[in-house]
Design a protein around this ligand. Sequence first.
Ligand SMILES: NC(=O)c1ccc[n+]([C@@H]2O[C@H](COP(=O)([O-])OP(=O)(O)OC[C@H]3O[C@@H](n4cnc5c(N)ncnc54)[C@H](OP(=O)(O)O)[C@@H]3O)[C@@H](O)[C@H]2O)c1
Length: 346
Amino acid sequence: MKILVLGGTGFISRSLVVKLLEGGHQVTIFNRGKSPNGLPQNPNLKAVVGDRERLGDLQGCVKHTTFDALYDFLAYQPQQSEMAVKVFRGKTGRFIHCSTISVYLISYEVQCPISEDQDKADLMPFWAGNPFGMKYGIDKRGCEKVLWQGHHDNTFPVSMLRPTFVSGPRDPAQRDYFWIQRILDGKPLLIGGSGDFAFQQVYVEDVATAFTNLLENPVSVGQAYNVAAEEIFSLNEYLKKMGRLLGREPEIVQVDQDIFDRLTISNHHAGNVFPFNTRRTAVFSLDKIKRDLNNRSTPFAEWMPRTIEWFTKQYRRNSFGYERRKEELDFIQQWREHSLKLQRKW
Ligand SMILES: NC(=O)c1ccc[n+]([C@@H]2O[C@H](COP(=O)([O-])OP(=O)(O)OC[C@H]3O[C@@H](n4cnc5c(N)ncnc54)[C@H](OP(=O)(O)O)[C@@H]3O)[C@@H](O)[C@H]2O)c1
């Protein structure tokens, strides 16, 4: 097939492009040419340099040609999806959008396991504790809405995937590396709240596989799918499993969530500094993707060692906030002294 990928050198999109090339497809990637490419040399790979924000650049992709399928990894705002509908209607056999489970997590009304039909549950009040997450989820819902309005089985056949936390080697969000580096230093781990809320990650290669499976299954036209690992962990379980893989037993120190939230080390303008501090159980139904795409996830015990290896051997920088690790440890010390005093008193 002749396929256009908007993006193509990002974390997920790069893995997809590798799989598409392995599958013998002809792939065109569209990006600004700023991020390192890192893709294998392949006569079936073509790169178009352009900016998603410029209508003319997008139009240039389909000026003299059409595609059998198009993947959009670059739509974060509804107007970007509007532009895509305008430019690519009638120019692609499939339009496949990368959405997110954040379209559900901006609501308190969703019921676990969260199924795909809960994507319009009432919005919760804007949560200032994670302004980025709120805006991101609201805007990604907006993108989906625009695409469903533009959907047409023949002229604009839309499908989408909603991945959970995507993990693996090269993850620019470094969520796992945050914990890997702290477990490896052998010092206690600070977590906000009980650490008992369940969450699901997903291995980047499994997301890429699910994206390629969409192509082979026409039943997926007009459908959205959750994509997540079948394994469900709480943060405590995740850290213990991670510790076993790293050969260290982590000492976990739980701090009341509201106190944790007031610490400067847990605050960032984008929110969510400590990965997987999810504050609520969020598990997703995989019935639909298993049924339609025969999706199966790689076990954590298989993909996490690859991620550990990549971050510990190839990544030369510190994890997010690690330069303030001493402050985490000083706080833990104070918290312990305070708890000890209370224990003695009561
Ligand atoms: N990571 C997660 O946990 C997660 C979870 C759920 C959903 N998602 C979704 O995954 C998608 C991101 O995928 P990804 O990780 O593969 O991508 P990414 O890391 O965000 O990579 C961005 C890609 O797009 C290009 N690009 C960025 N801005 C551009 C612009 N203005 N014009 C043209 N090209 C541009 C980049 O190359 P240049 O810099 O060279 O232009 C690069 O190829 C998003 O839609 C996000 O909502 C992510």
